[in-house]
Design a binder for this molecule. Structure first.
Ligand code: NAP
Length: 248
């Protein structure tokens, strides 16, 4: 049984989707959780639901994690409320798909900022308090397309491949500090992000997945719970795919 009582966690982009499910799962295991999202209303709604479901402290914060000022403020407020962050989940992410010849520079910059720069900013803020606490867990939500590429997602797949490089480098930088840094690479998971796909596209995707179905946010949250717990204490710099066998 995983017990995160006495732990506190911060999950970015956790107003909805995979981040919301990760925050729920960590709270269910006993953690106090910071629900951070670009949209305060969604963050507040999710924080309220999780607090009433599991009875642990939650804190809703609005932050655009691609902005240095927002990230600094988010950590100040989180640390002032919970005094430490044991688990950081860099989850916030977006897509702006298109073939490279038609992709605008702003779509490249926005995706790289929100998906990758955000993780750099959050890890930099988390480093000091985690070192002071002599331990911590950083979980970066990458994607299988960061491992295998995907036509029409040059910005997104580059951001996720970058996330994997960031994960491995920080795992090395923090290894002797008892701070584990790992990534999860989800395959195709049923959220608002994949709701944009047509039924035909979903059927085509499922055809490529050995388990022949899309995953659920809960599948990713289970991996995050493991990486956020002491069960993963001797695991660092790894990428766990949660994809029904798509990449193997
Ligand atoms: P989602 O349902 O779109 O949720 C993403 C969340 O991030 C939303 O709450 C969104 O807020 C928030 N967000 C967007 N921009 C932000 C910013 N600048 N600062 C803070 N929060 C921001 O997506 P999801 O499917 O749960 O994806 C979560 C993560 O998993 C992403 O990193 C994604 O790349 C990754 N992933 C997803 C899949 C999949 O199949 N779904 C597969 C592989 C990897 P708003 O709703 O207000 O915009």
């Amino acid at each position: 049984m995983i017990d995160l009582a006495t732990k506190s966690a911060l999950v970015t982009g956790s107003g909805r989707g995979i981040g919301r499910e990760i925050a729920r799962k960590l709270a269910q295991a006993g953690a106090d959780v910071v629900i951070s999202d670009i949209d305060l209303t969604t963050a507040q709604a999710t924080a309220g639901e999780i607090a009433s479901e599991f009875g642990h402290r939650t804190l809703a914060l609005a932050a655009d994690v691609s902005k240095e000022g927002d990230v600094k403020k988010m950590f100040e407020e989180a640390l002032s409320a919970f005094s430490k962050i044991d688990v950081l989940v860099n989850n916030a992410g977006i897509t702006r798909d298109g073939l490279i010849m038609r992709m605008k520079e702003e779509d490249w910059d926005l995706v790289l900022s929100i998906n990758l720069k955000s993780a750099f900013l959050c890890c930099r803020e988390a480093a000091r308090p985690m070192m002071k606490a002599k331990g911590g867990k950083i979980i970066n939500i990458a994607s299988v397309v960061g491992l295998m590429g995907n036509a029409g997602q040059v910005n997104y797949s580059a951001s996720k491949a970058g996330m994997i490089g960031l994960t491995k480098t920080l795992a090395r930088e923090f290894a002797t500090r008892s701070i584990n840094v790992n990534a999860i690479a989800p395959g195709f998971i049923r959220t608002a992000m994949t709701d944009k796909l047509t039924d035909e596209e979903k059927a085509k995707l499922s055809g490529q997945i050995p388990m022949a179905k899309l995953g659920e946010p809960n599948d990713v949250a289970n991996a995050a719970l493991f990486l956020g717990s002491s069960l993963s204490d001797y695991i660092t710099g790894q990428v766990i795919t949660v994809d029904g066998g798509l990449v193997m």
